[in-house]
Design a protein around this ligand. Structure first.
Ligand code: GLN
Length: 194
């Protein structure tokens, strides 16, 4: 008998969730959009996209999504947060402080590149994943200011940690869904094993 297909949920309350769906299509991974708590049923992993974390928090409050995502994480299921998604997953949020899920032991500063640098495309390194430099798109991006002892830095850019992992939680301060390079998503999809 065939194993049931493992579906990746993409949080779709706000932000650029469609680009993640396109990337998963390219990789041949099954996905579904998650807008309500009930949508998490049967989902094996979750992507939390970039967008505006304060707006996402309003939906979290209305829908009870925060506690549901914490329960999802406690089951050991992989979660990948990009940009605003990474902010929501962090243990500490600066500039200013706001509600967060505390699922990965990092301190993250919102809009940390300054207003004059609204967005930029840089090159970074993820030596464990790939031997070429990775194009990284930063949009009103946060900076990870502290990395806890249990957190592994998987990617850096300009000397800063930009891709981090702790257990089943994976977070990027940039937008890997906005380039042609599927390396980062492939690494996440592979966590589901086959
Ligand atoms: N600046 C946004 C926030 O604080 C994040 C930007 C993004 O996700 N591209 O939520």
């Amino acid at each position: 008998m065939n194993e049931p297909v493992k579906q990746i949920g993409i949080l779709a309350v706000q932000g650029d969730f469609e680009k993640h769906a396109q990337m998963l299509d390219r990789l041949g991974a099954a996905w579904k959009l998650v807008k309500h708590v009930v949508d998490l049923e049967g989902v094996a992993a979750l992507i939390m996209p970039g967008g505006e974390s304060t707006t996402m928090l309003k939906f979290f409050d209305e829908e009870g999504l925060g506690p549901a995502i914490s329960r999802f994480a406690a089951q050991g299921k992989p979660i990948f947060g990009t940009c605003a998604g990474a902010i929501l997953l962090a243990k500490e949020v600066l500039n200013p402080s706001q509600a967060h899920l505390s699922l990965i032991d990092i301190s993250i500063e919102r809009n940390a590149y300054g207003r004059q640098i609204d967005s930029s495309v840089r090159k970074g390194d993820c030596p464990e994943l790939v031997d070429h430099q990775v194009e990284m798109v930063f949009i009103r991006a946060p900076i990870i200011r502290r990395v806890g002892v249990g957190v592994r830095v998987v990617g850096t850019c300009d000397g800063l940690p930009v891709l981090v992992e702790q257990g089943n939680i994976f977070a990027a301060t940039f937008h890997p869904e906005l380039t042609e390079d599927a390396t980062i998503h492939r690494y996440f999809v592979d966590k589901l094993g086959g």
